[in-house]
Design a protein around this ligand. Structure first.
Ligand SMILES: Nc1ncnc2c1ncn2[C@@H]1O[C@H](COP(=O)(O)OP(=O)(O)OP(=O)(O)O)[C@@H](O)[C@H]1O
Length: 292
C-alpha cells in the first residue's frame, strides 16, 4: 500500500490579531482540506519562541513534503530557516500584522485560501539570506528601521496602528548613523538588505527586488530634511521610493557593515543587537522551496 504524503501545519497561537477560536477553525479547515487531497496531516501549536524551528527541523528529518507556517513573518522566518536546502517546501498562511513575504510572493491574505494554495501549489525555488548568521527571507536592516524594530518590540500591543505610532515617535528621536560599508564611509538614515521588496503592509523599500535572482538589493536612504518625510512615506507605499533623490540601490551578493559601538539591526522585523559593531550580510541563492 502506498504511504500517504505527510503535511504539517505549525500555528503560532500569539500571531496577529486573530482569536484562538479563529485559529482553531483554521486548523480544522486545514485538516479537512489536507485529508480530502489524500495527505496525512498533522497540526502543532507552538509553545515557545524557536519552537517552529524545532518542529520544522524534525519534519525535514521525517521527510514531510510540505510544512505550513501559520503566523506572522516571525513564525514564517522560524519555520523557513529549518527548511533551507531541504526538499521540504514551505506553505505560507499569513495571519501576522505585516505579512511581507506573503505579499511579495502574491500568497492570498485570506487564510483559508492560503491553506488551499499551500496544499495544492507547486514548489518554487527562492533565495534566502543571512545577517551575522541570522536567517532572513524578506529584509534585514540597520539605521532607522532597526531603531523602530527595537522600539516596536517594547510595545505591549502589536498591529499596524502601534507600528505607525512607534515609527512617528522614533523619527523625532532618531539620529542618522555613520556606517563603514565595504570600506566606504556613509552617514545614512537607513540601510536595508532586501531579498523581498517590502517590509510588510505594502511598504516597498526595494520596489524592483527579485526574490530568486541570487542577489540582495542594498538600499540606502541618506539623511533628509523633516519636510521630505511625507513624500518619502508616500513613495514607500506607492512603490516608487527608487525614484526619490534620497534613495540609492544596488544589487549585491554580500556586504560588510561596521559602525561604532553596538549595532542595532533587524532580521525580518526581529530586533537584534550586534555587540561587536560589525554585520556581515550574504545571500544564499536558491535555498528555499515555497509553495505558490
Ligand atoms: N507559544 C509562544 N509563546 C511566546 N512566543 C511565541 C510562541 N510561539 C511563537 N512565538 C514567538 O512569537 C514571535 C512573533 O510571532 P509572529 O511574527 O508570527 O507574529 P506577529 O508578531 O503577530 O506578526 P508580525 O511579525 O507580522 O507582526 C515569533 O518570533 C516566535 O518566536
Amino acid at each position: 500500500m502506498a504511504t500517504l504524503s505527510s503535511v504539517l501545519a505549525i500555528i503560532n497561537p500569539l500571531s496577529g490579531t486573530t482569536t484562538a477560536d479563529q485559529k482553531a477553525l483554521l486548523s480544522d479547515a486545514f485538516l479537512r482540506k489536507a485529508e480530502s487531497l489524500g495527505y496525512a496531516p498533522d497540526v502543532v501549536i507552538t509553545t515557545h519562541p524557536g519552537h517552529a524551528t524545532e518542529l520544522a527541523d524534525a519534519a525535514v528529518r521525517r521527510g514531510v513534503s510540505r510544512v505550513l507556517a501559520i503566523g506572522g513573518d516571525g513564525t514564517i522566518n522560524e519555520t523557513a530557516q529549518a527548511l533551507r536546502r531541504s526538499s521540504t517546501a514551505l506553505g505560507i498562511v499569513p495571519i501576522g500584522s505585516g505579512n511581507g513575504l506573503a505579499r511579495h510572493l502574491g500568497v492570498p491574505l485570506n487564510p483559508l485560501k492560503a491553506v488551499e494554495r499551500a496544499l495544492t501549489g507547486r514548489p518554487v525555488i527562492i533565495d534566502s539570506a543571512e545577517i551575522n548568521g541570522h536567517p532572513f527571507f524578506c529584509t534585514a536592516g540597520l539605521g532607522f528601521e532597526a531603531y523602530v524594530a527595537h522600539a516596536f518590540a517594547q510595545q505591549p500591543v502589536r498591529g499596524l496602528p502601534t507600528y505607525v505610532r512607534t515609527a512617528f515617535r522614533a523619527f523625532w528621536a532618531y539620529k542618522p548613523v555613520r556606517f563603514l560599508i565595504d570600506d566606504k564611509q556613509k552617514e545614512l538614515f537607513s540601510l536595508t538588505f532586501a531579498n523581498a521588496g517590502q517590509f510588510g503592509n505594502n511598504a516597498w523599500m526595494a520596489p524592483k527586488a527579485n526574490i530568486a535572482d541570487g542577489k540582495l538589493e542594498q538600499c540606502e536612504i541618506r539623511p533628509f530634511p523633516a519636510q521630505a518625510a511625507g513624500m518619502l512615506t508616500w513613495r514607500l507605499f506607492n512603490k516608487s521610493l527608487d525614484q526619490s533623490a534620497y534613495w540609492r540601490g544596488q544589487s549585491v551578493t554580500k556586504a560588510i557593515v561596521q559602525a561604532e559601538g553596538p549595532l542595532l539591526i533587524h532580521a525580518d522585523g526581529e530586533p537584534l543587537t550586534l555587540s561587536e559593531g560589525r554585520a556581515e550580510v550574504r545571500i544564499l541563492p536558491g535555498s528555499l522551496l515555497v509553495l505558490l
